[in-house]
Ligand binder design. Sequence first.
Ligand code: MMA
Ligand code: CA
Length: 143
Amino acid sequence: MTVSQQNSLTEERDKLKRINLRWMVFSGSLYTVSSIQKNWQESRDDCIQKGADLVTINSQEEQNFLNQFDKTMWLGLTDLETEGTWKWVDGTPMTERYWGPGEPNGRTSENCGHIKQFNVGKRWNDGNCNTKTFWTCEKKVSP
Ligand code: MMA
Ligand code: CA
C-alpha cells in the first residue's frame, strides 16, 4: 500500500469514528460516556483525540446528569501538579465539591478524581491514576 492510500484509509477511519460517536447535549456542552475502561491518562488522551477533555463538574445539575449513566467514571480532576491542590483539567476553579465521606484521602498514591458511586449524594473519590475505569468526555460548545 502506498503512503497516500494509507493516509486516505486513516482519514476514512477517523471520519467513521466521529460519525459513530454518540454525543449527548446538556447545558451548553456535549458529552460522551465510554463503554470500556482505561486509566486516567489514557482516558484523558482519548477525550483530547475527540476534540474534548475529561468532564468537569460545575453544578449539581451536571452531577445529576452524570449520575444517570450508573457508571464509576474518571473526572477531569487531579492534584498531580501539587499534592492536595485539586484542579479541573480546563483550569476552572473547583467550586463544586462532592467528595465522599473522608475523601480525598490518598495523599501521593491517589491523585485522580472519579465518581465512585452514583446512587447516593456526594461520592467523589481520589483514586490511583493507574486504575482502569470508565470515563466521560466533555466538549464545551463554542459561544
Ligand atoms: C478504596 C479506594 C480509595 C478510597 C477507599 C475508601 C480501599 O481503598 O477507592 O481511594 O478512599 O476505598 O474506603
Ligand atoms: Ca481515596
